[in-house]
Design a protein around this ligand. Structure first.
Ligand SMILES: *[C@@H]1O[C@H](CO)[C@@H](O)[C@H](O)[C@H]1NC(C)=O
Ligand SMILES: *[C@@H]1O[C@H](CO)[C@@H](O)[C@H](O)[C@H]1NC(C)=O
Ligand SMILES: *[C@@H]1O[C@H](CO)[C@@H](O)[C@H](O)[C@H]1NC(C)=O
Ligand SMILES: [Zn+2]
Length: 418
């Protein structure tokens, strides 16, 4: 009898959905190190696991901001420590849960029917997959579905290929989103851009030219397990969902096999920048890398879309030294951000990854450039600059998509002629 109760209890416990993490009273502080000493002290402080800090933006270098999420329980201690270290902090977000709930509420309010997809809405992984099926069915002559691999938890990583005319002679261009799962604006922006490339193909000469110039590989959600987790369990999840040690997940943008796990990555499995037990330990990263390598012959462009900070960056990430192609690569960034800014005045910075955001080794763009030899490899940080961070309201999706598409058109036009 007791055993039976126990069995039922265990069954219920196993099948009842776990609570979704809440962030009531959690705030995000912005601090700016004013000296190398402060910069080092800040990096040290952020490694202090007792404070349960969630870094929204890592400190890069002196006079560049770092954004730190902190619970109400540890707020006082953090603020005290920062004050002792001589920092003045700015309260960027007062209540993270409030923004999460607001994003959720607004997203539910965005009208969408079974027939008409609304790009101004954040979509679940299932909805993204339905979208992939639908647009490829709608445009059978120029699109196809590609499957990369299965994720750690068994989901299929899928994207669409857009290829017009005789694709054989064209260079490839690979764009991916959602490698960091909480950066929701990234998949949403990719869906919008892909939708525009297809829906406006016949009517808009600029779009047609851009689409015709390349074989496009568009992977909207890279980190499928993490993405699903941000919808069901924890809106703030960044890493994969694999288990290698005490903690869950590897930073999929520190796991690529190019100068893997040097500066700007962590060997601590509990860190949000954990590089993994070895390069390509993550099936998702290995899968995408293999896919790119298989198709890399003649591939000329690669962009990994992230958020947030509004930056258009090229290699290297692992060192502040510049690669031989930097001038050409950065020219592409410059043209992209100029075209982007023209739309709504949104300002992006550009430069090499290590000199623009922070040193990060084992990142996607270093590998696609250094190993797969894709000259025009980029990492982009989309909107915003910290007002909402990862919790950008859905009404910014279409503006973000619209301006980023202009950047992509300008960049594609430059790359094809170089
Ligand atoms: C942090 O501490 C400083 C100095 O003790 C104080 O002036 C400031 O109001 C605190 N910040 C917040 C947001 O409470
Ligand atoms: C299917 O794709 C077409 C063409 O892009 C689009 O107009 C329509 O809204 C899509 N429908 C769904 C349910 O996704
Ligand atoms: C698609 O291809 C088929 C068969 O080649 C052709 O008959 C049809 O006109 C094409 N449709 C479009 C929209 O290009
Ligand atoms: Zn990211």
């Amino acid at each position: 009898m007791i055993l039976k109760f126990l069995a039922i209890f265990l069954l219920l416990w196993k099948t009842s959905p776990a609570e979704k993490a809440r962030f009531d009273g959690f705030s995000v502080l912005r601090v700016i190190p004013k000296s190398e000493k402060q910069h080092l002290a800040l990096k040290q402080l952020l490694r202090n696991s007792q404070l349960e800090i969630d870094v929204w933006r890592f400190p890069g270098f002196v006079s560049q901001s770092a954004d730190i999420q902190i619970s109400p329980k540890h707020f006082f201690k953090l603020n005290q420590t920062l004050t002792e270290l001589g920092f003045r902090s700015e309260l960027l977000i007062r209540d993270v849960q409030k923004l999460i709930s607001e994003q959720e509420r607004k997203n539910k309010g965005v009208k969408e029917t079974a027939e008409v997809f609304n790009y101004g809405k954040y979509h679940t992984l299932d909805e993204v997959n339905n979208w992939i099926d639908n647009v490829t069915k709608f445009h059978p002559n120029i699109t196809s579905v590609f499957e990369v691999t299965k994720s750690y938890e068994g989901r299929t990583i899928r994207g669409i290929k857009i290829s017009t005319g005789d694709g054989k002679s064209k260079p490839g261009f690979f764009i991916e989103g959602g490698i960091h799962s909480r950066e929701w604006i990234s998949p949403a922006t990719l869906l919008f851009m892909a939708g525009q490339m297809l829906d406006r193909y016949t009517a808009d000469l600029r779009i047609k030219q851009m689409v015709d110039s390349f074989n496009w590989f568009i992977l909207p959600v890279f980190n499928v397990d993490g993405y699903e987790y941000t919808w069901s369990k924890n809106r703030n999840w960044r890493k994969t969902r694999s288990k290698h040690g005490l903690c869950v997940g590897v930073d999929p943008n520190r796991n690529w096999d190019y100068d893997w796990c040097k500066e700007g990555a962590s060997k601590d499995p509990c860190s949000d920048m954990y590089c993994g037990p070895n390069a390509f330990s993550e099936v998702e990263v290995k899968g995408v890398a293999d896919f790119i390598m298989k198709n890399s012959k003649g591939m000329k462009g690669f962009i990994d879309f992230h958020s947030f900070a509004q930056l258009w960056m090229s290699p290297w990430g692992y060192t502040t030294k510049l690669p031989p192609d930097f001038k050409d690569q950065d020219k592409g960034s410059q043209l992209a951000v100029e075209a982007l800014e023209k739309v709504y005045g949104t300002k992006y910075k550009h430069g090499s990854i290590a000199n623009t955001i922070y040193v990060a080794s084992g990142s996607s763009a270093d590998w696609t450039y250094g190993a797969a030899k894709i000259k025009y490899s980029y990492g982009v940080e989309l909107r915003d600059t910290g007002k909402y961070g990862f919790l950008l309201p859905p009404e910014e999706i279409i503006p973000s998509g619209t301006e980023t598409l202009e950047a992509l058109i300008a960049l594609a036009n430059y790359v094809v002629n170089n």
